[in-house]
Design a protein around this ligand. Structure first.
Ligand SMILES: NC(=O)c1ccc[n+]([C@@H]2O[C@H](COP(=O)([O-])OP(=O)(O)OC[C@H]3O[C@@H](n4cnc5c(N)ncnc54)[C@H](OP(=O)(O)O)[C@@H]3O)[C@@H](O)[C@H]2O)c1
Length: 324
């Protein structure tokens, strides 16, 4: 089967489309024919060699994690799924390929109303949005939520998820096009972070109260100013560092103390034990269409290198996918 392989670390080294052996499902695993793969910043970061997880990868490896497709075969002990089922999940063997292995207990069923392209946009982004809002952020009905970077893969689903939790949702964007996109996705108001004072606007929107939860996708750029817009006892959940500013950040401690701020961070890898339960709670939201990702760009697998360039450019709405 065909797979997109990372043969050297460093974004200057293009990934290569190679012929590799088809994987065989072990106990608890399923072989899935991949119909679409999601492109995430994580795989670009690992491929660059600068992400901590790069150290755990053996070159060459098949790039990617997120897939949707059809079950082709099940391994020993798998009873919940059968060949022909449409599924979404995180492939342990890499996503930019014609086939991959998924662990059955952490795989979701794709509703009939959802395309494979939409399914591939779910795994890392939606599980991360759930982690940020529900597990770490403890978002409750009536809470105000600020999603930093609402037009991206995680942010767009975080807007929708926060709405289903009964929250008021505001989000930051860089353009009118992204603002319109986020408003259509369920945000109550958008703030152009390039042109407006974000804390000032948040305070206006919340009548001086601030937000209970910040989903912070660009932590290095925004954490310091988040401490001017969180409510007393508010939770700032750091999802991403952002690009270009390095991994470190300085914050004003008096502001944090004055608001009893709770600054939390997460890594999607640590969520694994909770995933089966989260999938059960997400299923009705996907069935009903309350959560529906948007595919801004879809490229063939042969253009995997270009998909990483588009991701880094920020010139897309929602999600970028690859189709084998
Ligand atoms: N911790 C984890 O387990 C985990 C899991 C998933 C994702 N992540 C990380 O979370 C981040 C978001 O992931 P993603 O898939 O949503 O990425 P994405 O699709 O690239 O979206 C990022 C969004 O942030 C916006 N943005 C950039 N700079 C901004 C700023 N200063 N203020 C507000 N918005 C800004 C971008 O649009 P504009 O440039 O047009 O503003 C873009 O819409 C990435 O850093 C990713 O690595 C971490």
């Amino acid at each position: 089967m065909k797979a997109v392989r990372v043969t050297r670390f460093g974004l200057e080294h293009p990934m290569e489309l190679e012929e590799v052996a088809e994987p065989e499902p072990g106990p608890g695993e399923m072989l899935v024919r991949i119909a679409a793969a999601g492109v995430n910043p994580l795989e670009v970061a690992i491929r660059s060699g600068n992400h901590p997880r790069a150290g755990a990868m053996t070159l060459p490896y098949t790039c990617g994690t997120d897939v949707a497709g059809e079950v082709e075969a099940v391994g020993e002990g798998v009873e919940a799924f059968a060949p022909g089922d449409r599924v979404w999940g995180r492939a342990s063997t890499g996503a930019y390929a014609e086939k991959g292995l998924l662990p059955a207990d952490s795989t979701g069923r794709l509703p009939d109303s959802m395309s494979s392209a939409e399914g591939a946009a779910l795994p890392i982004p939606l599980l991360t949005a759930w982690n940020a809002l529900v597990v770490k952020g403890e978002a409750a009905p009536g809470d105000c939520v600020l999603v930093q970077g609402g037009a991206g893969g995680v942010g767009y689903l975080a807007i929708q998820l926060a709405r289903t939790l009964g929250c008021r949702v505001f989000t930051t964007v860089s353009s009118k096009e992204k603002a319109d996109f986020c408003l259509a996705g369920g945000a109550e108001a958008t703030i152009n972070y390039r042109e407006e004072d974000v804390p000032e606007r948040v305070m206006e929107l919340t009548s001086g109260r601030g937000v209970e939860v910040v989903v912070e996708n660009i932590g290095c750029d925004n954490l310091s100013s988040d401490l001017k817009l969180n409510a007393v006892n508010g939770r700032i959940v750091i999802v991403g560092t952002g690009t270009g500013k390095g991994p470190e950040v300085t914050i004003p401690l008096p502001a944090a103390m004055g608001r009893d701020a709770r600054i939390l961070a997460l890594s999607s890898g640590n969520l694994n034990p909770l995933v089966p339960g989260i999938l059960r709670r997400l299923a009705p939201l996907l069935e009903s269409g309350a959560i529906k990702p948007h595919i801004g760009r879809e490229l063939p697998m042969e253009q995997a290198n270009e998909s990483h360039e588009v991701l880094l450019s920020g010139k897309f709405l929602g999600k970028i996918n690859l189709a084998p």
